[in-house]
Ligand binder design. Structure first.
Ligand code: BGC
Length: 858
């Protein structure tokens, strides 16, 4: 008889209640005030004319595997009403509801029909043809209300990139007309952006009568309450942008060629190179609508840097932050940017190297914040020398509260160049890649940039301290690289059957145990349990032990060898499990129920009376892009603890989160699952999330998707052409920080290829970079179906094919998920015939997996 940790009643548990409360308390701090003429916080509740597609259908988070099956979502209408506002636009909202219901039905029929025609599972068709809200009804009459609020929502999800078109990145004509009507007819009007990413704000910024513009983001189940709290000042929003919001989509350097924009989804050339986000806008002097790090407060602050010093190899300074307003409390985000000399290497105008958020400062209160960062953080990767290097020259340090509002605080003088780590180039740069910096435009912009930085540094020298760095104190690290083929583990205890219990007690080693396993057992341990026999199309719900969890590992050796199975469930906006499932009285799962929002299959009718019902409602926390806007690592950690507590309750070992790909382009369909355009901020957030989850013994995170998973169209088969330097500085940097700072249990490789080789098959990425250079000591898994033919799911390969199972094992991609029978046979054959992989490779992978299994054992 199977045992489930799920609840036997649908009643709200104490944990669910408490977690909801924490989200309500904290999520408002992630919201970013873009504009506010003083209307916010509102002076009290009032009659409000509420409109927009997010008023009633507030989006809690995006779609796909990143969706969380929460019990309910408090919409903005409900949040406002429960706070004391009177919403007077019920008729308009009802009329829109009817249109939405009709559109949803039409969409579902379309998906069904297409699935039949194309012989694809519905879920995959739904990825390709996401539901879009119908345009809102025209607003023609002014209601009797003191305030008008328009909630503009946008949704996106995996498998599909967004479009720079009306209704998505751009506003529809109707949305513009409606919002204009509100600003003209009402004395007070506010627009709330319930989006997971960037949209075009040209129209909104041009509107005369708009009193406030607020990014409320997508904050999970409590969304409506959080918004009401923020509007009324019960919670003080203190978010800052983690991306550059451009004036025009075309201003993003990757916009012309990104994903479907140029009609080529097979090859993606990262020609902007390291100039991603503000690194581009600042260097190429493109004025954004809202710059990286920007956000207003309900109050004003002064920031005064008091003292800067170098202690050993760290730069430290004390910043006095003061709330100089009279009325409201607030939190300020201290951001530190550095402009490096740029003599031999091209450098961005500036880069974020440190940040700190203050506590909640009441009016007139101040706080002295210590900010520190290692000198090595100022280094750039030189592919010429295969090393991180600090160039000789003056480094200008600026401190402020956004990337474009800073003051110089010190100049660090380095009298000679110095390597901070000597590595190896790993990623076979593709010579068809033309880098922006090498073009005429690039060369001119960089020459201007160097000039500008030089002048600014010279000007600063008169006012700020110059600290000469003792370069002899900076160590050059040299990782120990694995050399030669892996060595086969030999059985030293042929007379007995070793178990994991003995390994746990320290009587024998993991290697001793692994050496005793047969090739068949080893292969099975490296492949998830789905095996494509049943439910092959139900993406991401392959676990039999925790229903709705994305996958689990082979449990056949649980009895004899005490090898535990690991249960893996999605995130990152909470835990994605099936909220309600049924079993027979014997505990056998009955098919049916909700897997994620768009995949619901009814339970069979006339089930016997002894059918059992189980419930696993999880808390939807803010999506990653909203969470990161808090710039508050304690807050992010706290959200990780929420996921961790629910993993513990339901018996999940590995959270398939956080997602930490870089926001290279605003149209990436999964940007909402990732934190930022900046790798440093990304790495810090992923580390904080991980520390939260891993504060529970035996539970870990899976940082994903490693690496360069920046496009969703043709995501399984797209080849990212990227330079070694851009990989090191932008696309791998966050992963490196998270690994070093928080030691996540696992890493999930991405679907895409990097310079012609699938990341799942890259030894240089998994063994050389992650393990040898950064010290990663967990196990690596593939993304779902990465080593199998996905044509059956309607994702047919075009120019490139799927990743090789055998090469994955050789590369140190230890686990193939969710698992298929063919992968097992392949690995057995590979190990026996030593083709593309060896038996030693397979043993090595099992050892890595079991090292995490060991941590989950009590
Ligand atoms: C996604 C992963 C997810 C997995 C399991 C894949 O489609 O890319 O992020 O963890 O499914 O659901």
């Amino acid at each position: 008889m199977k045992n489930y940790r799920a609840n036997a009643t649908s009643e709200m548990t104490q944990l669910e209640r408490e977690n909801g409360q924490i989200v309500r308390e904290l999520a408002g701090e992630c919201m970013v005030i873009l504009e506010n003429d003083g209307i916010l916080p509102l002076k009290g509740t009032c009659r409000v004319a509420l409109y927009g597609n997010g008023a009633r259908h507030t989006i809690k988070g995006g779609t796909g595997s990143g969706d969380v099956n929460a019990r309910k979502v408090v919409c903005i209408e409900e949040g406002l009403e429960s706070t004391g506002f009177t919403v007077v636009t019920e008729n308009w909202l009802n009329a829109y509801d009817a249109e939405i219901a009709e559109e949803k039905e039409r969409h579902q029929k379309k998906i069904k029909k297409l699935a039949e025609e194309l012989h694809k599972p519905e879920i995959n068709v739904a990825f390709d043809y996401p539901y879009e809200d119908p345009d809102a009804p025209e607003i023609t009459e002014k209601e009797d209300a003191e305030l008008a609020i328009y909630v503009l929502s946008r949704n996106s999800g995996e498998g599909k990139d967004r479009y720079c078109r009306k209704g998505d990145y751009l506003l529809t004509d109707r949305e513009e007309a409606n919002i204009r009507f509100l600003t003209e007819q009402y004395e007070k009007s506010i627009v709330l952006l319930n989006t997971g990413g960037i949209i075009d704000t040209t129209f909104l910024r041009s509107l005369k009568g708009l009193n406030a513009l607020l990014i409320v983001g997508q904050t999970g189940s409590e969304g409506g309450h959080v918004v009401a709290d923020v509007l009324t000042g019960r919670t003080i929003p203190s978010g800052r942008l983690t991306d550059t919001w451009a004036k025009d989509y075309q201003d993003y350097p990757s916009s012309a060629d990104y994903s479907h924009n140029n009609g080529n989804v097979n090859d993606e050339y990262y020609s902007e190179d390291i100039f991603v986000g503000y690194r581009y806008f600042d260097t190429f002097e493109v004025e954004p609508a809202y710059c990286f790090g920007y956000g207003k407060s309900y109050t004003e602050f002064t920031i005064q840097t008091d003292h800067v010093e170098i202690e050993k190899s760290d730069v430290m300074f004390w910043v006095d932050v003061r709330n100089v307003g009279d009325e409201f409390a607030g939190k300020e985000v201290i951001q530190v940017y550095v402009s490096a000399p740029g003599k031999d290497m091209e450098k961005p105008y500036q880069e974020l190297v440190a940040f700190r958020k203050t506590s909640l400062l009441p009016p007139k209160a101040g706080e002295c914040v210590l900010v520190r960062f290692p000198l090595a953080a100022l280094a750039s990767y030189s592919s010429k020398d295969a090393a991180w290097e600090l160039e000789e020259g003056d480094y200008l340090i600026r401190v402020g509260n956004s990337s474009r509002n800073t003051q110089p605080v010190a100049v660090l003088r380095m009298k000679q160049s110095k390597k901070t780590s000597q590595l190896k180039n790993l990623f076979d740069e593709d010579d068809t890649l033309t880098k922006l910096a090498e073009t005429e435009t690039g060369k001119n912009a960089l020459a201007k940039r160097n000039d500008r930085v030089k002048k600014e540094t010279e000007a600063a020298l008169a006012n700020v301290p110059v600290l000469t760095v003792d370069m002899s104190k900076i160590r050059c690290e040299e990782p120990g690289y694995s050399v030669g083929a892996r060595i086969e583990m030999k059985d030293h205890f042929p007379e007995r059957t070793l178990t994991m219990d003995e390994v746990k007690r320290g009587d024998v080693t993991l290697e001793d145990l692994v050496a005793q396993l047969t090739v068949e057992e080893l292969a099975n341990l490296c492949v998830g349990t789905e095996r494509l026999e049943d439910d092959a199309n139900a993406v991401g719900c392959a676990s039999d032990s925790v229903i709705g969890a994305a996958g689990e590992t082979w449990s056949a050796l649980e009895e004899t060898r005490k090898i535990p199975a690991l249960i893996l469930a999605d995130g990152p906006a909470g835990l994605r499990l099936q909220p309600h499932f049924k079993t027979t009285s014997e505990g056998e799962k009955i098919s049916g129920g909700e897997v994620f929002g768009m995949a619901f299959r009814p339970f069979p009718e006339n089930l016997p009376a002894d059918t059992r019902d189980y419930y696993q409602y999880c808390t939807a926390i803010p999506i990653a892009s909203t969470l990161a806007q808090s710039w508050d690592m304690d807050l992010v950690k706290r959200m990780g603890e929420i996921a961790g507590a629910e993993m513990k309750q339901f018996g999940v070992h590995l959270w398939l989160a956080p997602g930490m790909n870089i926001h290279r382009n605003p149209l990436c369909g999964r940007n909402f699952e990732y934190y930022s355009e900046d790798p440093y901020l990304t790495g810090r957030c992923a580390a904080a999330d991980t520390l939260g989850v891993q504060s529970f013994d035996g539970q870990g995170t899976t940082i994903k998707h490693f690496a360069a998973n920046n496009q969703e169209d043709n995501r399984n088969y797209t080849n990212a052409h990227i330079s070694e330097r851009a990989l090191r500085e932008i696309y791998l940097r966050g992963f490196e920080i998270a690994v070093k700072e928080a030691h996540p249990y696992s890493i999930m490789t991405s679907y895409n290829l990097i310079n012609g080789i699938h990341s799942a098959n890259r030894y240089d990425l998994l063994q050389t970079a992650a393990r040898d250079e950064w010290g990663f000591d967990g196990f690596v898994m593939t993304d779902w179906y990465a080593t199998q033919d996905t044509s059956v799911m309607g994702q047919a390969p075009d120019k490139y094919t799927w990743a090789s199972a055998k090469q994955a094992i050789h590369a140190g991609n230890d686990m193939l998920m969710p698992g298929c029978a063919l992968n097992v046979t392949d690995l057995i054959q590979g190990a026996k015939e030593e083709t593309e992989m060896t038996l030693a490779d397979l043993q090595h992978c099992v050892r890595n997996i079991l090292s995490i299994g060991l941590r989950t054992m009590r």
